[in-house]
Design a protein around this ligand. Structure first.
Ligand SMILES: Cc1ncc(COP(=O)(O)O)c(C=O)c1O
Length: 391
């Protein structure tokens, strides 16, 4: 890799939406009642059986270094889960357990892309992508997502952007921030282009278990079984409500796992031992929990979409996965940031401007419905009142 002492730190964005969070916190500290729609984490507690598994392993003294790649029983549980969900069984040597999906994205980019090479990704995007691609000195090649396409990127768009310098295509389905889900035929067409151009595919599948209306998760990974060019990144934060545990993994060609292993051995040694025991329990006995929270998310999704469509100046399509909506606010005549600030100040509703997720987010807001139905109803009521004042 030719990145000098470090990448360009000035390109790192951190978490830009933090400014809205900080503002809402400040107002709350001053006694203001705020409805919080900005946070991208499920509001459910981690399942009890997962906590018990981690506690039990602590009591048994499972508190020392473990293999850098991950503990064998978690690697086996991941093999089983991938086989069930993606239709192929990766070799153990293709799996690396990491502290969250984020490190998987970092290491996936770090081990494949050289400075100056092109990375294709969607705009609006999950902000970590844009930050890291800039940091690594890779060239940002963005594909705009449109509401009329249900925020799905199309193979035609990818084809248009492919060049001899394309090193990696970043997929994220279901997508943060729009809830868009890629279609099987589109994924296959994109994977074919990646093969023709000898590019990698990094597929961030952190929301793969969070789909609605019988929608299915399709991963490009089954095409090459992660042996040649596909890297899956997935984790436990969202589906099992384990954001603070920091647990995720990547499935990738052995050579990439080997490089990641060496990097992570120097950076972190291993992912926390007893946290991994919790992960085994989540994958082995956690489906009932996923079903339970998806039942709640389905009701919340209906409430928020119907409610937003009644707010003057706003319209909203149903997301197909994850737990975000991306309402269109163009009819309000306000810019996204202006409206997000107005909602915090006037309505006591904290949400994010679409532009926190890229230029293509102008004219939209991002709302996370990882909140109770009561909060959703109250938030909608407040937004309606606030918009009636100005429209
Ligand atoms: C698309 C996407 N990828 C990755 C992550 C990070 O996941 P983790 O908490 O496992 O690092 C998030 C979290 O919001 C996300 O939305």
């Amino acid at each position: 890799m030719s990145k000098g002492l470090a990448g360009d730190i000035s390109m790192l964005r951190g978490e830009p939406p933090l400014e809205y969070l900080a503002k809402a916190n400040r107002l709350e500290a001053q006694g203001r009642d705020m409805v919080r729609f900005e946070i991208g984490q499920p509001d459910f507690d981690t399942p009890e059986n997962v906590k018990e598994a981690a506690k039990g392993s602590l009591d048994e003294g499972f508190t020392h270094y473990v293999p850098t790649l991950g503990i064998p029983d978690l690697i086996e549980a991941i093999q089983d889960d991938i086989e069930k969900s993606r239709g192929f069984r990766p070799d153990k040597e293709q799996i690396m357990v990491l502290p969250g999906a984020k490190p998987g994205i970092f290491f996936g980019l770090m081990t494949t892309v050289e400075m100056g090479e092109e990375v294709i990704y969607q705009n609006p995007f999950y902000f970590q992508y844009d930050s890291l691609i800039g940091y690594m000195g890779a060239k940002k090649v963005q594909i705009p997502l449109y509401e009329k396409d249900d925020f799905r990127m199309t193979p035609e768009q990818v084809q248009e952007k492919m060049s001899g310098d394309t090193r990696l295509i970043l997929l994220n389905s279901p997508q943060n921030p729009t809830g868009g889900v890629l279609k099987k035929k589109d994924i296959e067409a994109i994977a074919e282009m990646a093969e023709e151009n000898d590019a990698y595919i990094l597929s961030d599948e952190i929301y793969s278990k969070m789909l609605y209306d019988g929608e299915k998760h399709y991963s490009p990974s089954y095409l090459d079984e992660c042996k040649e060019r596909t890297i899956i990144v997935d984790g436990f934060s969202k589906a099992y409500s384990m954001t603070g545990w920091r647990l995720g993994y990547m499935v990738a060609p052995e050579e990439i796992i080997h490089k990641t292993h060496n990097l992570f051995a120097d950076v972190g040694s291993c992912t926390t031992s007893f946290v991994q025991k919790g992960g085994v329990e989540a994958l082995r006995n956690g489906q009932h929990f996923v079903d339970h929270i998806m039942e709640h998310f389905t009701k919340r999704r209906t409430a928020i979409v119907q409610g937003l469509n009644e707010v003057p100046g706003m319209s909203c399509i149903y997301p197909k996965g994850a737990f975000y909506v991306f309402p269109n606010i163009k009819e309000t005549g306000m810019k996204s940031e202006e409206l997000a600030n107005y909602m915090i100040d006037e309505a006591g509703v904290c949400l994010l401007p679409g532009t926190s997720f890229g230029s293509q987010g102008e004219g939209f807001l991002r709302i996370s419905y990882a909140s109770s139905l009561e909060d959703i109803e109250e938030g909608i009521r407040r937004m309606k009142t606030a918009m009636e004042k100005v429209l």
